[in-house]
Design a protein around this ligand. Structure first.
Ligand SMILES: [Zn+2]
Length: 125
């Protein structure tokens, strides 16, 4: 009698059927596999808006501007780039104040919720 091997390796959840396209890092132009959420070369976050094109600059309206404690040249901004949430960025531009319009680089500039360590404030060693 035919013994049927049990299906032991159950397939994990299948990804949705959309084709996984590699994306280009806006920071270093590294091509990254679609499943990577950050650049494999420089760890810049994958662009979330649009279809992965170079959309990483936006004109933003500065909503809040406050100094970063301990970093007198740095300011922490919340800017309105037209999306629902304010974008939090850090800048060392001295002429930025509330109500200013600034050009922000979205990729790599987002510090949302994360400690602003690398790429923004220089590397502490
Ligand atoms: Zn990169």
């Amino acid at each position: 009698m035919g013994k049927k091997p049990k299906a032991k390796a159950e397939e994990p959840e299948k990804p949705p059927a959309e084709p996984a396209e590699p994306w280009l890092c806006g920071e270093c132009e590294q091509e990254n596999p679609a499943e990577e959420l950050a650049c494999i070369a420089c760890e810049a976050p994958k662009p979330v808006s649009g279809d992965g094109k170079f959309e990483h600059f936006a004109v933003a309206l500065v909503k809040t501007c406050e100094p970063v404690p301990g970093k007198d040249k740095l300011k922490k901004l919340e800017v309105d780039v037209g999306s629902e949430e304010l974008l939090k960025i850090v800048t060392n531009a001295s002429n930025v104040k509330e109500g200013s319009r600034v050009v922000v680089a979205k990729v790599g500039a987002i510090i949302d919720g994360e400690p602003l360590k690398k790429s923004v404030a220089g590397s502490p060693r």
